[in-house]
Structure formats: structure tokens, C-alpha cells
Design a protein around this ligand. Structure first.
Ligand code: SF4
Length: 488
């Protein structure tokens, strides 16, 4: 097989990129340039944890089986013909169909067939890339060695799962699409998607062209299907949408209601001019506002995230917009998870007594859904404080709701940082520019592994500083809304 033939091989490890964006996987395989290599500490941490997990699985298997490492497709075939009990880093090459797969393990079963297995950090096997990858390994083993066994996944929570025939349609789709993509000399046409593109290493390559084209999906709230519908109706660019009377826009998928059409047109105008539009009055409840934000670690290895920090910013005096004191509940490890949760509930009780009209303000649904999942985790759905937090007279107030309901802003995403950092909007800057929720997970995992008390304390202080900035940002957002957009 020549080098250029090898280059065109379909690799199941491309399933992750493929599931995110067809252009991304095409660029991975065919681009003549390197993608942006933004040092991403979070991604690196996930990679390191994945390698550690694979090594832990290898060690566990090695205790009961003889394991040999394969060095090539031929070597894999040789080890299989020798009936090696476990082949590590196997290489399955199907030259006829141009597919090469690299399962972490091939395990010889009692039936005499080999079974493909991978170690995955994920907590469940239903994720698309896992289904595709293991589904293709099965297909390779079936064709080359007649094995009918399901593939195995050693999950990050210590459990294992099987992947059988149910993954065939998806893995067949992957192979068909990849074959076509690898044969194409042109970059596939795709649409912009804010969540997929902003974290993509090819953003610098793709986004300028989307902007030049006035791609409709650059607008917040205009999804792929809506953009296709608008284009069919002759509205092909952001400028054209900005100039369209909302009443003249036909019903298209995800853009059927009049207020959504109106919002899309305003979003187009705002994108072009930077103007802010207020289409309804901004309503904020009166009371004593305590700003609230949590930090959690999803990488616990148990499948349950650990909220290590429940942070609050109290008012100087009831109703004041001045910054009061930063208070918090912190736990060092997930072993203290329940203790942290109970301390959080005690803190809520304290605020309830202290502030008769308590408003526990947070940004987005994350805090509320976390309280719901913790109540379930500890069988406390009937607890009095939980009922107070989640009942009809809940003090919880999601500050994102009035923003989305009443304002159209020159933004592509309406996250807290998008709004607060923008110099023409709230213009609040975090002390550590590089901080963020993933940054805080990285810092916390460093904190867990750190043995030097001084360094440990510094890491904790940095995380507390970041959380304090988060709650200060929601206070500043409240202030910005009150001063500029509420009737009173
Ligand atoms: S920037 Fe967006 S469109 Fe371009 S490759 Fe990445 S995800 Fe795909």
C-alpha cells in the first residue's frame, strides 16, 4: 500500500470530528495547513486522564491475561493466528475497503473469537463517536476474522458496556460519508454553528468566509434549518434579513412565530450596527438579591459531578446594588460532597432568615438543575429547604431569562461572559483573563493532586477569586439592566 493510499484510509478515530462537523473531519484529513494549536489546558487534562484510564485498564487485564503489544497490521494478524489472549494497541487493516482501525485491545473469548475493546473516559457508551468507533471495529473483525461478538467499552466509571448490531446503521453511515469526503477535493459546504465553531481549531480558517458571505447562522437564534428556509424564500444574507419586514417572512422551520421573526430581524440589525434593541420592558423582582454561582468538577470518575464551590455575593444592605461580602461553601474532595450540599442548604436557611424577600440570583438554568439533581442524589426531594428552593415561591431567579425576553444584543451567544465582558454592554472584566468554567475544573484538579500546602492554598484562592468575579458579574449585570432597561 502506497503512502497516498494510506492517507486516504478511513479511520474510526475520526468519528469524533465527523460527529461535530463534516468540514472539520475533511480538514483533519486533507488540509494543507495546520489548525490553530491553542494550548487548551482542559483538553490536555482530559487527554491525560484518558491515557491514565487506558493504562489502568491495561494493568487490570494484565493481572489475569497474557498481553502482547502489536506493532503493525501484519503483527496483529500474527498475534491473532498465535491465539494471543490479549493484543494491546491492535491494528486492523481492511485494504479492500480502505479502512484501518486501532482498537485498544483485542480479547480472545472462550468461543475462540476475538472481541474488540476500547477504554473510554466517558460515563456511558451511547455517545455517537463511541458507537461509530466500536461499531467499525466489529465490522472489521467480522469481515477479516468472522467474529460475531459485541465490542466492549471500559467506561470511566469503572463499568463496562457492550456495543452490538444496534451500532451498525451509524457506523455504516460514517463509512459511506467518510469515503465520499476523502474523495472530495473541495472543502464541504457547511453552515456556521456558534457552539461547534467557537471551540474549533479551524475557526480562524472558516469564520472570515462566513462573515464575508453574511451567513445567516452567524446570528443568535437562527439555526441551520431556519437559514435554509430563509434562503429558499430569497433572504440569503444577514443584510437582506436586516432589511426585511418581519411580517413578510414566511413560516420556516424554527422561525414560525411572529416574535421570533421580529427578533431575527433585530438580531440581524444589531449584528450589523452594534445597536441594542429592547422589544419588551425588562422585569426584575424586588427584594434582597444574593448573587449565586457554583463551580463543579465533572471529572470525578464516578459519573456524578462534585460541586466543590457554592459561592454567594450578599448585598451591603437590603435592596442595595453595592457589592457586599463574598461568602461560600467549599469542599476539598468528592468524599465531602454530601457535607458541602448540607452546608449549602444551611446557608440558604441563614439567608432566608436574614433577608425576608430573598432573591437568589444566578445566570442560566445550571444552578437550579444542579440543586434538583443533588436533592435526588441524597433522597431529599421532600426536604423543607429544597421545597423552598424549587417550589412555586422559589427565591431562585435566572437572570438570563429577562435578558433573552426583552433585549436583542450585538452578540452571537448570550452567556454571562459574552454580555458582561463586552465593552459596549456591561463591561465588567474578570481579574484573570484566562479564567472560565473549564479553567476552574483544571485548577481544581490541580488542587486535588497538589501536596505542597502553600501551592494548594494558592490554587484554592485563585478559584475563589474567579467565583467571586462570577457573582460580581451577575451583580453588575443586574445593575446594568436596572439603570438602562427597567421601567422604574
Ligand atoms: S470552524 Fe466550524 S465550520 Fe469550520 S471546521 Fe470548525 S466546526 Fe466546521
Amino acid at each position: 500500500m502506497t503512502a497516498s493510499e494510506r492517507k486516504k484510509l478511513i479511520r474510526p478515530s475520526d468519528a469524533n470530528s465527523w460527529s461535530l462537523c463534516t468540514r472539520r473531519v475533511w480538514l483533519d484529513n486533507k488540509a494543507q495547513f495546520k489548525p490553530d494549536s491553542n494550548e487548551d489546558a482542559f483538553e490536555q487534562m482530559v487527554i491525560d486522564l484518558g491515557v491514565n484510564h487506558e493504562q489502568a485498564v491495561l494493568q487490570a487485564i494484565s493481572k489475569t491475561h497474557s498481553v502482547k503489544t502489536a506493532t503493525s497490521p501484519d503483527d496483529t494478524n500474527r498475534l491473532m493466528s498465535e491465539r494471543c489472549p490479549v493484543i494491546y494497541q491492535a491494528q486492523l487493516l481492511d485494504e479492500d475497503h480502505g479502512i484501518v482501525g486501532f482498537p485498544d485491545f483485542l480479547i480472545l473469548s472462550d468461543s475462540g473469537e476475538y472481541q474488540a475493546a476500547d477504554a473510554k473516559l466517558s460515563q456511558n457508551e451511547s455517545k455517537k463517536p463511541i458507537q461509530v468507533q466500536l461499531g467499525v471495529y466489529r465490522r472489521l473483525l467480522r469481515k477479516m476474522h468472522g467474529s460475531q461478538l459485541p465490542a466492549l467499552v471500559f467506561l470511566g466509571n469503572g463499568e463496562h458496556a457492550e456495543i452490538g448490531d444496534e451500532a451498525n446503521p451509524l457506523s455504516n453511515q460514517f463509512i459511506t460519508e467518510m469515503r465520499k469526503l476523502l474523495a472530495d477535493e473541495e472543502e464541504p459546504l457547511v453552515r456556521y454553528g456558534h457552539s461547534k465553531c467557537r471551540a474549533c481549531p479551524y475557526n480562524v480558517h472558516c469564520k472570515p468566509q462566513f462573515q464575508v458571505n453574511g451567513e445567516l447562522t452567524l446570528l443568535y437564534g437562527v439555526q441551520e434549518q431556519a437559514a435554509a428556509g430563509l434562503e429558499n424564500a430569497g433572504i440569503k444574507t444577514i443584510s437582506q434579513l436586516a432589511d426585511t419586514d418581519p411580517n413578510a417572512i414566511p413560516d420556516v422551520p424554527y422561525l414560525k412565530k411572529q416574535d421570533k421573526k421580529q427578533r431575527a430581524v433585530l438580531q440581524a440589525k444589531s449584528y450589523l450596527t452594534g445597536e441594542i434593541f429592547q422589544h419588551t420592558a425588562t422585569m426584575l423582582p424586588e427584594g434582597q438579591w444574593v448573587h449565586f454561582d457554583i463551580e463543579d468538577n465533572p471529572l470525578t470518575g464516578t459519573g456524578q459531578k462534585h460541586v466543590y464551590l457554592w459561592g454567594f455575593l450578599t448585598p451591603v444592605s437590603p435592596g442595595s446594588l453595592e457589592q457586599g461580602s463574598f461568602e461560600y461553601v467549599w469542599t476539598d474532595t468528592s468524599d465531602e460532597d454530601q457535607q458541602g450540599w448540607l452546608q449549602f442548604l444551611a446557608k440558604v436557611e441563614q439567608y432566608k432568615q436574614q433577608y425576608p424577600q430573598l432573591i437568589l440570583s444566578h445566570y442560566s438554568n445550571h444552578e437550579k438543575s444542579t440543586i434538583q439533581s443533588y436533592a435526588k442524589r441524597y433522597g431529599m426531594e421532600e426536604n423543607e429547604t429544597v421545597n423552598y428552593l424549587l417550589g412555586t415561591d422559589s427565591p431562585l431567579f435566572d437572570l438570563q431569562k429577562p435578558v433573552l425576553a426583552s433585549l436583542v444584543l450585538p452578540l452571537q451567544g448570550y452567556g454571562l461572559k459574552d454580555i458582561c465582558k463586552h465593552p459596549d454592554l456591561v463591561n465588567f472584566q474578570w481579574q484573570d483573563e484566562g479564567s472560565g468554567s473549564q479553567w476552574s475544573v483544571v485548577q481544581f484538579n490541580r488542587f486535588i493532586g497538589e501536596t505542597n500546602p502553600a501551592t494548594k492554598q494558592r490554587l484554592k484562592d485563585e478559584i475563589l477569586g474567579y467565583n467571586k468575579d462570577d457573582v460580581t458579574a451577575t451583580l453588575r449585570l443586574e445593575e446594568w439592566l436596572r439603570v438602562n432597561y427597567t421601567a422604574g
